[in-house]
Design a protein around this ligand. Structure first.
Ligand SMILES: Nc1ncnc2c1ncn2[C@@H]1O[C@H](COP(=O)(O)OP(=O)(O)O)[C@@H](O)[C@H]1O
Ligand SMILES: [Mg+2]
Length: 370
């Protein structure tokens, strides 16, 4: 195939608009090539999306979206948006470069994503989608290819090129199977629930792994022709019932039976996520709780009984592994007793705590829950 225009395909060292020095190609598709560039004015690294000018590709609506994207009011740690648009015979969008593989790269091995990490990634996607919705638009193109996971585990949605306006019918493409719900395929009104559907499908894909996911997607494609569109996640219901319930609430064929906003989805996801990391809790007789997350915590007078002269400012040191084992050290001035109060804990010697132990600092009981 002849190259349409040599200036569309750029090689290392090419300078775009005098200040963008091309380093490498990041990706190329039908509509655009994405280059990693150095902005020689400030020395920072950018991603440049350069649109193909082959006839028929850039419709007036797409050009309108290209021009509008930099003006969208999206501020998010979980979304990368173009900052600038310019035309040097080609349309170009300039955006911050985001380091890291796409979620698609991560799924290629065929391995499943561990439940807590998959939940964490879906939380980032829901948060990013919510930040997009706040700007009055929806992505309509959430999928693993358009999700980057940075080396410090930030989840970033890229490629807003197909955004549509909330509450209106889509004007661009009719979605990407299997990430797009029925209302997008048949061109009905689009809402936050349209992106929420994709969130659910991506969550299912991570938990199932490539092979099982592709199998249920193939079956769904067949079933679609008969008008039945629900992705079969029965295997997930057996393995991860709570996650499967959340997914089902995202991918209901009836958009009004889905989560109606990303905050509700995010809340359910974070409830699930927090459950993976148990906390140790000291319950005081006053009803107050002191929680010890995974790691080390020092507890003293102000936490337990402010003003109490028998309790040191730092009296107990607790280390909790987030799961089974909690270790306690008495580092205070006065002795600490355990359970029936006949046995004092040796100073500075770690002891292992058990569920329902009661620790006494003079007359103050702390019961242990985890
Ligand atoms: N801001 C960015 N930072 C780093 N890589 C990016 C960025 N934007 C796009 N890419 C890379 O380029 C690929 C294609 O970009 P995308 O915007 O999704 O274009 P397309 O329209 O071809 O889907 C992505 O999969 C990603 O690997
Ligand atoms: Mg893309």
């Amino acid at each position: 195939m002849p190259i349409h225009n040599p200036d569309y395909y750029l090689t290392r060292g090419y300078k775009v608009r005098k200040n963008l020095w091309v380093e490498e190609v990041l990706g190329s598709g039908l509509t655009a090539c994405i280059y990693r560039c150095q902005d020689t004015r400030f020395g920072d690294i950018k991603a440049l999306k350069r649109f193909n000018d082959k006839p028929g590709i850039l419709t007036p609506t797409i050009i309108d979206r290209i021009k509008t994207e930099p003006t969208l009011n999206i501020q998010s740690n979980n979304v990368v948006k173009s900052e600038e648009v310019f035309n040097d015979t080609f349309w170009n969008l300039l955006m911050p470069f985001v380091e890291g593989p796409t979620l698609r790269n991560g799924l290629e091995s065929g391995q499943t994503v561990e439940l807590s990490y998959a939940t964490f990634i879906t939380m980032g996607l829901a948060k990013g989608a919510g930040d997009i919705h706040k700007a009055g638009v929806i992505s309509t193109d959430l999928k693993p290819e358009n999700t980057i996971i940075t080396p410090d585990s930030r989840v970033v949605i890229i490629d807003l090129g197909c955004f549509e306006y909330i509450g209106q019918k889509g004007e661009l493409m009719l979605g990407t199977f299997p990430y797009s719900p029925r209302e997008q395929i048949v061109n009905e009104k689009l809402e936050a629930y349209t992106d929420i559907y994709a969130n659910g499908i991506i969550f299912a894909e991570m938990l199932m792994g490539k092979n099982a996911f592709n199998q249920v997607v193939d079956k769904q494609e067949l079933a679609l022709k008969r008008g039945y569109t629900r992705l079969d996640i029965s295997s997930l219901h057996m393995q991860y019932p709570k996650a499967a319930e959340i997914i089902d609430h995202c991918i209901d064929p009836d958009p009004f039976s889905r989560y109606q906003n990303t905050q509700d989805l995010f809340n359910d996801l974070s409830g699930l996520y927090n459950g993976f990391f148990k906390q140790l809790v000291f319950v005081l007789s006053t009803g107050k709780n002191i929680s010890v997350p995974q790691g080390k915590l020092t507890v003293g007078r102000d936490d337990i009984s402010p003003g109490n002269p028998w309790i040191s400012g730092k009296h107990l040191e607790i280390e909790f592994d987030g799961n089974q084992t909690a270790v306690l050290k008495d580092i205070g001035r006065n002795p600490v007793f355990i359970n029936d109060r006949t046995r004092s804990i040796p100073k500075h010697k770690p002891i292992i705590l058990h569920r329902n132990d009661v620790i006494w600092i003079t007359d103050v009981p702390l019961s242990v829950n985890f």
